[in-house]
Design a protein around this ligand. Structure first.
Ligand SMILES: CC(C)(COP(=O)(O)OP(=O)(O)OC[C@H]1O[C@@H](n2cnc3c(N)ncnc32)[C@H](O[C@H]2O[C@H](COP(=O)(O)OP(=O)(O)OP(=O)(O)O)[C@@H](O)[C@H]2O)[C@@H]1O)[C@@H](O)C(=O)NCCC(=O)NCCS
Ligand SMILES: Nc1ncnc2[nH]cnc12
Length: 303
């Protein structure tokens, strides 16, 4: 959880937290400005994703997976460094009030500033570029319509992503190089289509696994696997090409078809997948970002 901020403190003389409210209502939802609350939820989703273990090929509580330049502490530092940028994105959406070229340009500028903050916090390592993109759009979408549920939020985020940002630098990213080489879409297209990997796969799997009695960490691991099974992850393609992507997608499906991470057979498949990905130097970093988006939508979609 991010550190509690000064403006989260009750004002002197204010009614005690929860006074007159049903006992279980989260105090934070009623006390904080919406932009602060959405930034808190987004950062919490990033930290929950990083902590979740055992994730194949990724940084988690066990170690740095296929990323010699990352660690769990670095992921946490990166997530916390993104709070101001995510808050400003929500604030911009609240102020501008509608999907428009101005909102797109403002989010683009804030996103680039967020990337600078991330790189400063990590000493130049790209820990969360895809997450800034996905969560930035989703936080803005929720700020535009605080009552909206997950599917509507993701679809509206997609409409923002479809707008051009004239200030987008013509930098040759890994994602663009992969797109040229293999003809697949990446983070941009996933957002523009309304995050189908999350809405049609990650979130339903999260709910199915919970309903089947899986613990919360197992349900979240299953949601990650459901995303991995369908995503054209440019992080995987960049590092290990179509062979790596096939291994990720096939391996993730095998865990789920063997009963998921809560079963002994599923855990055996998961261990095999982790070893295989480390051998290939493959990392499903894009799927990890989308798991954070899924966890954000799970909470923000039911506020
Ligand atoms: C539109 C942008 C997302 C840019 O996209 P593009 O594809 O051009 O750029 P990339 O730099 O490749 O970043 C995309 C990141 O998105 C993640 N990702 C990959 N595939 C998907 C997918 N199908 N769906 C969703 N998300 C996906 C992925 O992030 C993770 O991978 C990171 C590590 O990747 P990489 O940099 O390749 O690093 P390594 O493999 O470690 O490299 P080596 O060590 O081998 O050198 C990991 O940390 C995760 O974060 C991709 O990295 C968007 O970013 C953009 O336009 N930004 C500009 C500002 C803006 O407009 N912001 C809007 C704010 S709302
Ligand atoms: N847990 C993780 N490990 C490696 N790259 C990531 N990008 C986002 N989350 C990640």
């Amino acid at each position: 959880m991010p550190a509690k901020r000064p403006d989260a403190e009750p004002k002197p003389g204010a009614a005690p937290v929860g006074a007159g409210l049903p006992a279980k209502r989260p105090a934070q939802a009623t006390e904080l400005p919406l932009a602060d609350h959405l930034a808190d939820l987004a950062v919490e989703a990033l930290i929950d994703e990083a902590d979740l273990s055992p994730k194949p090929g990724l940084v988690d509580r066990r170690g740095n997976g296929a990323h010699p330049d990352m660690s769990l502490a670095l992921m946490h530092a990166s997530a916390l460094a993104l709070w101001p940028c995510l808050r400003q994105m929500a604030e911009a959406a609240l102020t501008i009030g509608a999907i428009s070229p101005l909102l797109r340009a403002t989010l683009g500028q804030l996103g680039r500033e967020g990337e600078v903050a991330m790189l400063a916090a990590t000493g130049g390592v790209n820990t969360h570029r895809g997450a800034i993109w996905a969560l930035g759009l989703l936080v803005a979408s929720k700020a535009l319509d605080p009552q909206a549920q997950a599917t509507t939020l993701a679809a509206r985020a997609g409409r923002i992503a479809l707008l051009d940002d004239p200030a987008t630098p013509s930098q040759d990213s890994h994602g663009l190089q992969v797109r040229r080489r293999y003809g697949t879409g990446g983070a941009r297209e996933q957002a523009q289509q309304g995050f189908p990997a999350v809405i049609a796969h990650g979130l339903p799997q999260l709910q199915r696994s919970r309903a089947a009695g899986a613990s919360e960490p197992h349900a979240r691991l299953d949601a990650l696997l459901a995303i991995m099974a369908v995503l054209n992850d440019t992080c995987v393609l960049w590092r290990s090409g179509p062979t790596g992507l096939a291994a990720v997608q096939h391996g993730a499906r095998s865990v789920l078809s063997d009963g998921g991470s809560a079963t002994l057979a599923g855990r055996r498949q998961l261990r095999r997948l982790d070893q295989h990905l480390l051998h290939l130097n493959a990392s499903p970093g894009g799927a990890a970002d989308l798991l954070a988006a899924c966890l954000f939508l799970d909470k923000a979609g039911s506020l």
